[in-house]
Design a protein around this ligand. Structure first.
Ligand code: UT7
Length: 308
């Protein structure tokens, strides 16, 4: 069976923190943040809203969209580097909240590429006929591992969640190809000590190269050309990195998803939030060839080509 996204949803916290708000806590400026990253504001979750609470809301949305109940779920995969606690997993917390009695559940740690790893994993279980309904979520509460005194990082990140129900779809639709990769030798460029630590320039160089290569690779794997791509959803980390990926694919500006200005970098949540918003607003249409591509700590990367 082909695997496709049969329902999607997202959730972002209410609280907006603008660049001007950050000017009051670190030595930065709205101008610097906008020109270097494209970010204007980000959402920050309240103290009493943990990662699993945001994941629950996004997933409830996706389940409703798919018309699938918790009891029908076979597997729950949660991509996050900010779980409520190391264990139990966020996935197990959701298993209980959705009454998903027959579901297996686990978290995936692949940083910003996590949702790609989740989709590719779900696809294997569905292609093989082992499972019917897999819930895949990308969620982060990065605000709790952000050093609010470090201007190099605190201006970049935000909180949020995006979710998809992956299930069998007709031939030619759904996930057509994927590429996943890792390079542990770059692990020291982006990691969590107590807080997020990052060598921005190194990550930038890696991201520009890898996003372009992976996006082209998933299209070539299905025997199509760059010109066939209808819509690109790059990981929403930095508008300059996103633009480099777009140029590599050679597609027009309006064919690239853009929400980094309003949500900042939400790591594993950025691609599913963008997908959910863009499908709901009509930017992605039936039969569109959509390329999702992400990169992140690990280092890791991942891309998926899908026919919507
Ligand atoms: O999901 C994956 C996570 N990570 C990423 O995607 C990050 C990838 N990297 C980037 O997006 C960019 O490298 C940054 C946005 C982090 C930085 O942009 P850049 O153009 O690479 O700047 P830079 O690192 O070359 O720094 C330029 C200057 C430095 O000052 P000096 O050393 O040249 O005097 C920084 O100290 O900008 C300074 N700076 C700031 N100034 C004002 C760094 N952060 C800030 C800030 N406000 N918030």
């Amino acid at each position: 069976m082909n695997a496709g996204l049969i329902g999607i949803g997202h959730f972002v916290p209410e609280k907006v923190v603008t660049n001007h708000d950050l000017e009051k806590i670190v030595d930065t400026s709205d101008e610097w943040i906008r020109t270097r990253t494209g970010i204007e504001e980000r959402r920050i979750a309240a103290d009493d809203m943990d990662t699993s609470d945001m994941a629950y809301r996004a997933a409830a949305n996706a389940l409703e969209d798919a018309g699938v109940s918790g009891e029908e779920l076979d597997l729950i995969l949660v991509a996050t580097v900010t779980p409520d606690q190391p264990f139990p997993s966020v996935a197990c917390r959701l298993q209980e909240r959705f009454g998903a009695k027959k579901a297996a559940a686990m978290d995936i740690s692949a940083a910003c590429s996590g949702f790609m790893y989740g989709l590719a994993t779900a696809q294997q279980f569905i292609n093989s006929g082992v499972y019917q309904n897999v819930l895949v979520i990308g969620v982060e509460k990065l605000s709790k591992i952000t050093n609010w005194e470090d201007r190099n990082t605190c201006v970049l990140f935000g909180d949020g969640a995006g979710a998809a129900v992956v299930g069998p779809v007709e031939d030619g639709k759904g996930i057509l190809s994927f590429e996943l990769g890792s390079d542990g030798s770059g692990g020291d460029h982006l990691y969590q000590d107590e807080y997020i630590v990052m060598n921005g320039r190194e990550v930038f160089k890696f991201a520009v190269r890898q996003m372009g290569e992976s996006a082209v690779s998933v299209v070539e794997k299905i025997g199509l050309n760059k010109e066939d791509v209808d819509y690109l959803i790059p990981h929403q980390a930095n508008i300059r990195i996103m633009e480099a990926a777009r140029e590599r694919l050679g597609i027009e500006e309006e064919k690239m998803s853009k929400s980094v200005h309003k949500y900042g970098n939400t790591s594993a949540a950025s691609i599913p939030i963008a997908l959910s918003e863009d499908v709901k607003s009509g930017k992605i249409k039936e039969n569109d060839l959509v390329v999702l591509v992400g990169f992140g700590g690990g280092l890791t990367w991942g891309a998926v080509a899908l026919r919507w």
